[in-house]
Design a protein around this ligand. Structure first.
Ligand code: UT7
Length: 328
């Protein structure tokens, strides 16, 4: 028995933060951002009283409606996020409550930008073991809550959004076939949030030092992202003898257009085989993969070969081979 994705929901907030608006906030410009990152605009959740759960619950509601599923039928829910509503309880618990999901257990999973792929892999094991039948996997991020809008090296990159998929058992030859996941905790020095955890709790000093925002050393992260995401994807193709022309879609984490292009080149595939929406949403961390699937759903056909690929804070990275389970 395999786990199959049987539906997708997504949500992005209405507010569009353009490169022009950013260039009035910090010393940057559209040309630099487009050339070095490939982002034209990103969505921002402006309402101060809303958090990642409010994005996630919209994606879940759409998912339930599209798949004719009632909240009571869901037996397990995971939310991948680095921007939980609060330290505890888990944002997954809050989303379950807001969506009326009462017969499930739920928890958060933090694997940086790889969170969705890790969560999908985790959820698939519950389906494959036969213990759970309808599982929701969410990637939800209000990245704007940890972006320093005075730091030009990070503020153009990130955006807010959420995506969710339904996983169910299948006995045909489709579904999640194989996953490669890996971590190198040494990478944490290049990408982290310095304060707000148990190591360095919030204080006046940490706020003054702007330590509650994303800290990223772009170049080493870029280098490791290119090599690890491409390695994991090429390894998956080799493991299953997938020739470049046999791959319908690469679904890559949307961190930087140059990273996506380098990964596609290493895999020997064309740009037409790659899902890319970084121009409009930026890097939504754990939400990039489900937001791609959400936007491309109509173009997906049963039996399509997909490789999902990711890299993020940790460092964490991986790839997943999915044989798509329904006509979009
Ligand atoms: O999703 C999690 C994983 N994260 C990633 O995968 C991110 C990986 N890293 C990257 O995507 C890139 O490293 C960045 C987009 C973050 C930065 O691009 P870069 O080509 O590595 O630029 P850089 O940091 O080497 O900076 C080059 C120059 C510097 O100026 P000097 O020192 O050469 O005079 C920066 O100060 O560009 C400058 N710069 C900017 N200029 C205009 C940095 N940010 C900006 C900006 N606008 N926003």
């Amino acid at each position: 028995m395999r786990a199959a994705i049987t539906g997708i929901g997504g949500y992005v907030p209405d507010y569009i933060l353009t490169n022009d608006e950013l260039s009035r906030m910090v010393d940057t410009n559209d040309d630099w951002i487009m050339t070095r990152i490939g982002i034209k605009e990103r969505r921002i959740l402006k309402e101060k009283e809303k958090g990642s759960s409010d994005l996630g619950v919209e994606a879940v509601k759409e998912l339930l409606a599209k798949t004719n599923t009632t909240p009571d039928e869901i037996d397990f829910l995971i939310c991948a996020t680095v921007t939980p509503d609060m330290q505890f309880p888990a944002t997954a618990n809050i989303i379950s409550d807001k969506a009326g999901i009462k017969n499930a257990f739920s928890f958060d999973l933090n694997a940086g930008c790889s969170g969705f792929l890790y969560a999908l892999n985790t959820a698939a094991k519950y389906i494959e073991s036969g213990t759970h039948k309808k599982v929701i996997v969410i990637g939800a991020e209000k990245m704007s809550s940890i972006v320093d809008y005075t730091d030009r090296s990070t503020c153009p990159i990130f955006g807010d959004g959420a995506g969710a998929v339904l996983l169910e058992p299948t006995n045909d030859d489709t579904g999640i076939i194989d996953t490669i996941t890996q971590v190198d905790g040494m990478g944490r020095k290049h990408l982290h949030q310095k304060a707000g955890g148990s190591l360095k709790p919030a204080s006046h000093e940490t706020v003054d030092a702007r330590e509650h925002f994303i800290y990223q050393e772009g170049q080493p992260v870029f280098k490791y992202a290119v090599s690890n995401m491409a390695d994991a994807s090429v390894k998956m193709m080799k493991r299953h003898n997938i020739a470049p022309e046999e791959l319908a879609w690469l679904v890559p984490h949307q961190a930087n257009m140059r990273i996506i292009e380098a990964t596609a080149r290493r895999m020997g595939i064309n740009r037409e085989q790659v899902m890319i929406n970084i121009q409009r949403y930026g890097n939504t961390t754990a939400a990039t993969l489900p937001l791609c699937l959400w936007e491309w759903e109509k173009q997906l056909n049963k039996g399509d070969n997909l490789i999902l690929a990711t890299f993020g804070a940790g460092f964490t990275w991986g790839s997943m081979y999915v044989k798509w389970s329904y006509d979009g």
